[in-house]
Write a protein that binds this ligand. Structure first.
Ligand SMILES: CC(C)(COP(=O)(O)OP(=O)(O)OC[C@H]1O[C@@H](n2cnc3c(N)ncnc32)[C@H](O)[C@@H]1OP(=O)(O)O)[C@@H](O)C(=O)NCCC(=O)NCCS
Length: 170
């Protein structure tokens, strides 16, 4: 399989925040943002693998800034690293000032998707070659994030998480 680049899977979704999607403070409801991020990440995972993809894990979500009612929100999702059948997807969330048009980073998240066949069995995907500095930084950190996710899910023994352990011992 020919390796791909993060730009091959880049997915941009722009939408408004409507009243039915807000909390009592009139900011975007967290669960609504999670669903939007899952959708964008799912499209990026499909674009990379050209397979059926399922969400295996939500590894990290930072709700750094609230997103007010009426905001124009843009989600940018792209594959940051692939393994054999799984891939890490980074989602950056931006909001746009109504008057100036200036974009502010609101949130970010990291999801793991797995490519599967028609029976739901994990299947191999193309490798990825990062190009930009940011893509390289995200690629480099992805193995320890995968190990942390597997340890938390009880699918890897902490002892075997060598890349993760190195973070604390070096
Ligand atoms: C995700 C799923 C396919 C993994 O199946 P599995 O039997 O654990 O398969 P494997 O152990 O072979 O894992 C497949 C890959 O996923 C990775 N993976 C599994 N769980 C993971 C987790 N919690 N975090 C990170 N990676 C994970 C494995 O490391 C493996 O990666 P690799 O092949 O790239 O090395 C399976 O658990 C599933 O179908 N889950 C439900 C998915 C779903 O319905 N999502 C929507 C939620 S409503």
């Amino acid at each position: 399989m020919k390796p791909k680049k993060p730009s091959d899977s880049r997915t941009i979704m722009t939408d408004l925040v409507l009243p039915s999607e807000t909390n009592p403070l009139n900011n975007l409801f967290g669960g609504e943002l999670l669903a939007r991020m899952d959708r964008a990440a799912s499209i990026a995972a499909r674009r990379h693998s050209r397979r059926i993809t399922v969400t295996a894990s939500v590894n990290h979500v930072a709700f750094n800034r609230s997103v007010p009612l009426g905001s124009v929100v843009t989600l940018e999702a792209a594959i940051s690293r692939t393994f054999r059948t799984s891939m890490e997807v980074y989602i950056d969330v931006w909001m746009e000032d109504r008057l100036s048009g200036e974009r502010t980073k609101a949130n970010e998240a990291i999801y793991t998707f797995v490519a599967v066949d028609e029976t739901g069995k994990p299947t191999a995907i193309p490798a990825i070659e990062p190009e930009t500095e940011l893509e390289k930084i995200r690629f480099d950190g992805a193995l320890r994030r995968k190990q942390l996710s597997l340890v938390l899910a009880g699918k890897m023994k902490p002892h075997d998480a060598t890349e993760l352990k190195a973070l604390f011992t070096n």
